[in-house]
Write a protein that binds this ligand. Structure first.
Ligand SMILES: *Cc1c(COP(=O)(O)O)cnc(C)c1O
Length: 396
């Protein structure tokens, strides 16, 4: 029986369209885009086309797109750019949110050690930042606001256009980590007042190790990688031509099919949610109706997330407990803690993230196996025993 892949927030399968677009550049068309002879110029032309495609999907200008090695690099470069541009004017205050991806949070931590001050906006129980709290947090010396478009663990889509409007009004640079959003929800950098935006190909059925950073015209990017004059001097190193071509093909396909895909993905997600919420003492984290179509994050009291995942894996279901980057550790998710969930509950989380490649049969198997595994784990759980015997109070 096929494996059920329900971890699309961690990474996605490469689409046939992206794969086929990449093939020639992996083999025959291997020229270096910086070379002046024909083979190089063909690669250069492929980069040009890819840049146009990515720009079109974001309502940006091709000159505003810099290719990177992925979402993490784009996040690092965007935030360091905001920090350095601010510092040049004596502004050393940065604003973000408590539930960002570690590519953002760890970059901010590094800047904090270098004398920047960081304010992390609280994320309310519903999984959203509040625009009025952002407005209050902005100061004379605020250099950058960085708030993610959609959260990778609970899927909530933040009020990006409102945040952009506040930043524009206050004259503060605005970056958004749109790695989970690109290819999944409509993005218009102009209408949304976005100055810097990160995306990553492998979250929308493109290849791994390639991403893009949008920087609005006039925002001078700080360079992380010095060397040749590739990417207009913003990012040195011979371009990942097959990766970039694959990313553009995947993004174009994702944007064209967005409405239709989201409708079917949401149908599966909602069907799963309707059944899994029947499990006693379970809870959905975030607000699915105001989130990404495919994300469902749930807690089951008395159940440890890691064990849940391993048992689901035995039954042929790949899911996640919070963030893939930290699931090697036993720390509860910083995202769920930011929502105000107690430690013991945040441990028991399950993230299912679906894509257009999931089927009715996948949903059926998730609906069949998750309640069985939860019941099995609760039977063995000392915490659950205490809850049942009333020695401990139910939190959910
Ligand atoms: C996956 C992810 C990243 C990191 O992207 P990579 O391409 O894997 O470096 C950053 N931010 C969010 C929200 C993500 O989901």
């Amino acid at each position: 029986m096929n494996h059920v892949y329900a971890d699309n927030a961690a990474t996605t399968a490469l689409s046939d369209t992206a794969f086929n677009a990449m093939l020639p550049y992996l083999k025959e068309q291997f020229g270096n885009p910086s070379s002046l002879y024909m083979a190089g110029q063909k690669a250069q032309e492929a980069l040009y086309q890819a840049r146009e495609t990515v720009a079109r999907c974001l309502h940006a200008d091709p000159k505003e797109i810099t290719f990177t090695s992925g979402g993490s690099e784009a996040d690092n470069q965007a935030i360091l750019t905001g920090a350095f541009l601010g510092a040049q004017k004596g502004k050393k205050h940065l604003i973000s949110s408590a539930f960002e991806h570690h590519a953002v949070l760890h970059t901010l931590k590094k800047l904090e050690k270098q004398g920047f001050e960081v304010t992390l906006l609280p994320v309310h129980e519903d999984g959203f930042v509040r625009v009025d709290e952002l407005r209050e947090a902005i100061r004379e010396d605020t250099a950058l606001v960085t708030v993610m478009f959609a959260n990778n663990e609970i899927g909530t889509i933040q009020p990006i256009a409102e945040i952009g409007a506040v930043c524009r009004e206050k004259g503060v640079l605005f970056h958004t980590d749109a790695v989970q959003a690109a290819g999944h929800v409509p993005i218009d950098v102009q209408a949304m007042g976005i100055d810097l935006l990160s995306l990553s190909a492998h979250k929308f059925h493109g290849p791994k190790g390639v991403g893009a950073l949008y920087a609005k015209k006039g925002v001078r990017l700080f360079t992380l990688i010095e060397g040749g004059a590739q990417e207009r001097g913003k990012r040195a190193g011979t371009e990942n031509v097959p990766g970039i071509v694959g990313m553009a093909a995947a993004l174009e396909e994702a944007c064209a099919g967005m409405e239709k895909n989201n409708l079917s993905i949401k149908g599966l997600r909602d069907r799963i949610a309707a059944q899994l919420t029947k499990i006693p003492h379970s809870k959905i984290n975030g607000v699915p109706e105001r989130g990404l179509a495919g994300t469902l994050n749930m807690c089951f009291e008395g159940v440890e997330g890691e064990s849940l995942l391993l048992l689901l894996d035995d039954r042929g279901i790949s899911a996640s407990s919070g963030s893939a980057c930290t699931s090697g550790s036993l720390d509860p998710s910083h995202v769920l803690l930011a929502l105000g969930l107690p430690h013991e509950v945040a441990h028991g989380s399950l993230r299912l993230s679906l894509s257009a490649y999931n089927t009715e049969e996948d949903a059926r198997r998730i609906i069949e196996h998750v309640p069985q595994v939860v019941a099995y784990l609760r039977e063995m759980s000392p915490v659950w025993k205490d809850l049942e015997e009333g020695k401990r109070k139910h939190v959910i």
